[in-house]
Design a protein around this ligand. Structure first.
Ligand code: NCD
Ligand code: ZN
Length: 438
């Protein structure tokens, strides 16, 4: 069995960075010790931080049907270059992942092509309850309560109540109120003269708030785990926080809603178009403070790549979505560098909490018995984010030009080096397993 040793690094243990040495055998961490290990392939990590590889609970790898935007090779390269060792992929592909046959096809493609580990969401459609009852080994059922990229939309309350009663899996929601969105859209006189900020008027905060309210009302009397994707406003957040007192409910926030606001649209137009939209500074600030205070459960990139030429089209044609795999961890490490965010909280948000909410087996922590999914960081290195550091097929990122602190030096997936300083290695991630769920 192959042994890999990371000696002399600062390892995140029990919420603190401690000088320790780490021993990996095959795919697992088997030891952490105060004295350096001598046996195996030794990597000296002096001056570096050794953190659990990040788990991204929300990516769109576009396969099948959108491979011109991203595929499992390019998407997983962007992931490991960004220190992400596991991704959970969304079902709004073309065709959507709404049958077990399609899920199995996706599995095969990921097994062959992905450098990082992966798991899948299964899409709810209006007629696949039978499939949902027989499906296995998925992260959650995704419900598009409001429409977005793709054609999955399920907002019939009777159907959803039935689903809530029957599911064994967590339910993840895209929470926007479809009817209200349509009403707001119909009020706009000339969309093409309206400017890019119109997206936030059509999908305003009430669109999000009322959807979250409705979802909570539907689920509150049932024994079900609810995961709200990309929460973007204070009002949604407060509803979820209140519901936590009596429900098993969690909130995900994206890096773009934490670090960008609607003003960006004046500069980059529909490149900044995303669902839910970039919000006003007061909402961004509120979410940022909630992040610092530890009130947010997870960070999901919602990595939703679209080509530059697609984004350059007029409002209705320009698709919604932003790429984000390469920048999530660096943006958070930058907050740690500035003394705003603790490294412990960073690790909870990008690993520990995700593993717990989705019951991911042996993920999200550095301890003997856990999978050897690891990121090695140069904490003091700063750099400007340029397109040369991007591996997503679309080649752009809303944070380009930003100065970031804490460079991803190496990423290890299941005990094998997947990425090191701009180079990729021929490794294969595996599908995640789930601890028993009741
Ligand atoms: C996502 C996409 O393009 O797949 N777009 C987006 O604006 N976030 C879909 C989604 O998560 O809404
Ligand atoms: Zn998404």
């Amino acid at each position: 069995m192959s042994k890999l040793v990371l000696n002399n690094g600062m390892i995140l243990l029990d919420g603190e960075l401690r000088k320790r040495n780490l021993l990996i055998e095959d795919k697992s961490i088997i030891g952490i010790s105060e004295t350096p290990y001598q046996d195996g392939d030794i990597i000296d990590c002096k001056g570096q931080w050794i953190l659990p590889g990040a788990i991204d609970p929300h990516v769109h790898f576009r396969t099948p049907g959108g491979e011109h935007k991203e595929d499992w090779k390019t998407g997983s390269k962007a992931a490991v270059a960004g220190g992400i060792t596991t991704v959970l992929d969304m079902p709004n592909t073309n065709p959507p992942t709404t049958t077990s046959e399609r899920l199995n096809e996706k599995r095969k493609i990921a097994e062959t092509n992905s450098l990082c580990n992966f798991g899948f969401y299964f899409g709810a459609s209006i007629n696949n309850l039978d499939e949902i009852e027989t499906i296995d080994n998925i992260a959650a059922i995704k419900i598009y309560f409001g429409s977005t990229t793709g054609n999955l939309l399920v907002n019939d309350s009777h159907y959803l109540t039935d689903l809530i009663k029957k599911t064994r899996f967590p339910l993840a929601f895209h929470a926007e109120n479809e009817a209200l969105m349509k009403k707001n859209l119909s009020k706009v006189k000339d969309l093409n003269k309206a400017g890019a900020r119109i997206h936030g008027v059509i999908r305003d905060e009430e669109v999000a708030r009322s959807a979250v309210e409705e979802i909570i009302a539907l689920a509150s009397d049932h024994n079900v785990k609810i995961y709200l994707c990309h929460v973007s406003t204070q009002r949604e957040f407060e509803l979820i926080e209140k519901a936590k007192q009596s429900m098993d409910i969690y909130c995900e926030v994206t890096p773009h809603h934490l670090f960008l606001n609607e003003e960006l649209l004046d500069r980059i137009g529909h490149f900044g178009k995303v669902n839910p939209p970039l919000r006003k500074e007061v909402d961004r600030k509120f979410l940022y403070n909630a992040l610092i205070d530890g009130r947010i459960d997870t960070i999901g990139t919602d990595h939703a790549p679209h080509l530059k030429e697609e984004k350059m089209q007029e409002y209705l044609k320009a698709p919604s979505g932003l790429p984000g795999l390469e920048t999530m961890l660096p943006l958070l490490l930058t907050e740690v560098h500035h003394g705003n965010l603790s490294i412990e909280r960073l690790a909870q948000l990008t690993g520990g909490n995700v593993a717990r909410i989705f019951s991911l087996k042996n993920k999200g922590s550095l301890a003997p018995g856990y999978d050897a999914d690891i990121v090695v960081v140069n904490p003091d290195t700063s750099y400007s984010l340029t397109s040369e550091r991007l591996y997503t097929k679309v080649g752009w990122n809303p944070f380009e030009g930003q100065i970031l602190y804490g460079e991803i030096d190496q990423t290890i997936v299941l005990g094998q080096l997947a990425y090191k300083r701009g180079r990729f290695f021929n490794v294969h991630g595996e599908e995640v397993e789930y601890d028993t769920r009741t």
